[in-house]
Structures are given as structure tokens and as C-alpha cells.
Design a protein. Structure first.
Length: 460
């Protein structure tokens, strides 16, 4: 008896290695939910912390855009002072002798100086940074869509994995039931003294039943783990009981599979990674121009107002002299501010250009490898479709073989070994059939993801 045949039946347990989840709660269930695949995706998208992080990234980039826009408006700088100042009288203006300042000759002064700068032209420093932030927001939005697609793909893996685990468990229960019936028949024939049965047949049936019971335990563990994974991904409590799709079974699903080129065209038009690259290139190009604008001055309109007041000091009404402790002056002028450096600006331009060139290389990689990824999933889909058709025929015939073997054994004209061989073939082929269905659904889910299909629009 080859135990590797029954290992195929338990394909669902192989999901254990890929599902990183905690064990389900053993408390009595209090929440019962019947969810379709779309329901699961909708709940997962609503509760996913990854999307909250992506939204925070969008808001962060939006704040950078608001900051860049704010540089178009006037900037006001105000400085105020309060402190001691020496007393002074107008008649002392022409005095040649100066007494030492004493504490009893001090007074207090207060002042306020304000400068207002209104940028007029910055050679692209403001406009290019605004453009970069605008495209940066689109990059973050596309990244959020990408994360949503990844979440939907993971939900599909868990959902179909749970369906596969339950189909496998049902198959093992079916085989176990047939073995129980065969053992009952063998015991009856043995009691009747039939020559077609001996004690070794009972031992073989018991040994086979023990092996099947072992695989049943493993299948149940795989089902519980797949259910825990789905529950965790949906953000549901540990005591939630999920019934997926009502009476839905693991099938190929409806709809004609489009041609390979159709998926590639969809990917170029809808896949968020392509949009990220396109918007990222625009953002990087704008940042290069913004860095290059630092070679040129800023043209601005400037306003100045300065006021100071102190007691016990006479005001000096002389246009050539300004008393720092008592005055009121102001004015407006057109100005240029130019920061010259030796290599710093050039290094910044080179750095931004390097980031732009890096993104160009990423674009070339995506243009070559995303179609390759689609072809891989497309071929897997076709393989699974053909395999499902082949294994369907195989397990149907194996079922007929098993029914005939059991009937012959019931009549005492067939050996017990025929039952073992038939049930092994049936279990192996039907398990392979379910595995092909699972592979088909996963390949289609991967194709939807690779072509940028919206999670709740595919209906697959």
C-alpha cells in the first residue's frame, strides 16, 4: 500500500507552511457568518491595516503639496525686542563729551521689525515642487490600489484553500465509509465461513482504515488552519464561525478565459504598478527641474517696517540718522535673492537625475517581466483546466471500479485487495481533481491580479 497516494488527498494541509496565523479559539462559537468570496474581500478591504498605512502615505504627500503651494504666498517675519536703553535729549546731539552710562540714566525701549516677502518668479522652484507632489499623490493612490489587490489575492488563496480542505475531508470521509461497509461485509462473510475471506482481510481493512483515520485528522487540521487564516485576514474575532458560499463547491467557475494578449493589454492599462511608474517618472522629472532651478535667483517683492519706542529719548528728525531705540520707518522694493554655492546644487541635480534614471530602469523591468508573469499564470490556468478534465474522467472510472469491487466483495466473489486498489485509485484521482480545481482558481486569481483587475469587479 503506497501512502504517497493518500498524501495527495491532503493537499490542503500543505497550506500550513504558507499560512502564518495563530490557532483558532476553542471557546464556544458566538458569531455565525455565511460569506461569499466577494463578501470576504469586502470585509478584508474594510479592515485591512495596510490600507490605513497607504491612506496615511497619501495624506503625507498631500501635506507636501499644500506646503509647496504655500510658498506662492507672502511670508512675514516679525522680530520684537524689549530692553534697557540710555536716555537721550535732542540738545545732546552735538555734545562732544559723553558721560559714562549709569543705571539711573537708563530707560526702557520696545521695538518691532517686520519684513514681508512676496515671491514673484522662482524659475520653477515652486511650480516644479508642486508638480512633483501632485504626481506623488497619484503614486501613493496607485500603491494603495496595489495593496488592495494584494489583499484580495490573499483572501482568494485562503478562501479556495478552505474549500479544498473541506473537499478533501469529505473525500476521506467517503473512503472511510466505504471501508467501514467493507469491514462489516468481511466480518459477516467470515462468520458465515466463506472461503473468499480470511482473518488477514480483516487485518488489512483495519490497517487501511487506521491510515485513512490518520489522514482525516490531518485534513481536519488543515481545514481549521485555513479557516483561522481566513478569519484573521478578515479581522474577525476568534470565535467567529464562517460558512463560505453556502453550499458552494470547488469548481472551475464560469466564463470563457480571454486570450493571453487580452490580459497583457489590461495590465498595461489598469495595473497600478504601471501607473506608479508613469506618475513616478513625472514626479522625478519635476524634482530634477526643481533642483536645477537653484542655479537661478528668486525674484520677489519685499516690504519692510521697523518701529521702536523708548521713554526719556527725544526723536531725531534727521533723514540721515536713525535712532535704534526710537524710530518708525518702512518701505517697499523689488528684490532678487541668489544663493551661490560650489558644487552643492550640481550634486543635488545629479542625485535627482540618478533617481529618475533608476525609475526608468524599473520601467524597463516591468515592461519585460509583467507580461512574463502573466504568461506564467496563463499557462498554469490552461494546465489546470486540462488536468481537471482528465482527472474527472479518471476518478469517475475509478469510482465505478470501486463500486464494482465492493459489490463483488459483498457477494463473496471478489478479493479484499481489489477494494484497496480501487479506493486508492479513486481517492488519488479525485484528490488530483480537486487540486486541479484549486490550481485553476488560484491561477485565475493570479491572472486577475497580474492584469490589474479590481477585486470586486472580476466576479471570478
Amino acid at each position: 500500500m503506497k501512502t504517497s497516494f493518500f498524501a495527495i488527498v491532503l493537499v490542503a494541509t500543505a497550506l500550513v507552511a504558507t499560512l502564518s496565523v495563530s490557532q483558532a479559539s476553542e471557546e464556544p462559537p458566538r458569531n455565525n457568518l455565511t460569506l461569499s468570496l466577494d463578501d470576504c474581500i469586502r470585509i478584508a478591504l474594510k479592515s485591512a491595516p495596510e490600507l490605513g498605512e497607504a491612506q496615511a502615505d497619501i495624506e503625507l504627500t498631500a501635506s507636501k503639496l499644500a506646503e509647496a503651494k504655500s510658498y506662492r504666498f507672502p511670508q512675514l517675519n516679525v522680530t520684537t525686542l524689549f530692553g534697557p536703553a540710555p536716555q537721550a535729549r535732542a540738545q545732546d546731539f552735538l555734545a562732544t563729551d559723553r558721560d559714562t552710562i549709569r543705571l539711573n540714566t537708563l530707560t526702557w525701549f520696545t521695538s518691532a521689525d517686520a519684513t514681508l516677502i512676496q515671491p514673484l518668479y522662482t524659475f520653477g522652484k515652486i511650480s516644479e515642487n508642486m508638480k512633483a507632489a501632485t504626481h506623488g499623490i497619484e503614486v501613493d493612490r496607485s500603491r494603495k490600489v496595489q495593496r488592495a489587490n494584494e489583499i484580495a489575492l490573499k483572501v482568494k488563496e485562503y478562501y479556495f484553500g478552505l474549500m479544498l480542505a473541506r473537499e478533501s475531508k469529505e473525500l476521506i470521509l467517503e473512503v472511510q465509509d466505504d471501508l467501514d461497509k467493507a469491514r462489516t461485509t468481511a466480518k459477516k462473510l467470515l462468520d458465515q465461513g466463506s472461503a473468499s475471506v480470511d482473518e488477514t482481510d480483516i487485518y488489512k481493512l483495519d490497517a487501511f482504515s487506521g491510515e485513512v483515520a490518520k489522514y482525516l485528522e490531518e485534513a481536519q487540521k488543515g481545514e481549521r488552519l485555513a479557516l483561522a487564516a481566513l478569519r484573521t485576514r478578515l479581522g474577525l474575532p476568534g470565535d467567529a464561525v464562517i460558512e463560505i458560499g453556502g453550499s458552494e463547491r470547488l469548481t472551475l467557475g464560469g466564463g470563457v478565459v480571454p486570450e493571453y494578449d487580452t490580459f497583457v493589454e489590461k495590465a498595461r492599462a489598469r495595473r497600478p504598478e504601471f501607473r506608479q511608474i508613469a506618475e513616478g517618472l513625472k514626479a522625478r522629472s519635476a524634482l530634477v527641474e526643481a533642483a536645477r532651478a537653484n542655479y537661478y535667483p528668486d525674484i520677489f517683492l519685499g516690504g519692510l517696517f521697523s518701529w521702536a519706542y523708548a521713554e526719556d529719548r527725544d526723536r531725531i528728525n534727521n533723514p540721515y540718522i536713525t535712532d535704534p531705540f526710537k524710530h518708525a520707518i518702512g518701505g517697499i522694493a523689488l528684490g532678487a535673492r541668489w544663493k551661490l554655492d560650489f558644487g552643492i546644487t550640481g550634486a543635488k541635480v545629479a542625485g535627482e537625475q540618478a533617481q529618475y534614471n533608476r525609475l526608468l530602469s524599473t520601467k524597463e523591468f516591468a515592461d519585460a517581466n509583467i507580461p512574463l508573469e502573466i504568461r506564467k499564470y496563463y499557462l498554469e490556468l490552461l494546465e489546470a483546466e486540462h488536468s481537471a478534465a482528465d482527472t474527472l474522467k479518471a476518478y469517475t472510472n475509478a469510482k465505478k471500479w470501486a463500486v464494482a469491487a465492493l459489490a463483488n466483495f459483498d457477494f463473496g466473489i471478489g478479493p479484499a485487495k481489489e477494494i484497496f486498489d480501487a479506493l486508492q485509485a479513486y481517492a488519488r484521482m479525485r484528490a488530483a481533481y480537486f487540486q486541479s480545481l484549486y490550481n485553476y482558481r488560484i491561477a485565475r486569481a493570479n491572472l486577475d491580479y497580474a492584469s490589474g483587475e479590481q477585486p470586486l469587479e472580476s466576479g471570478k
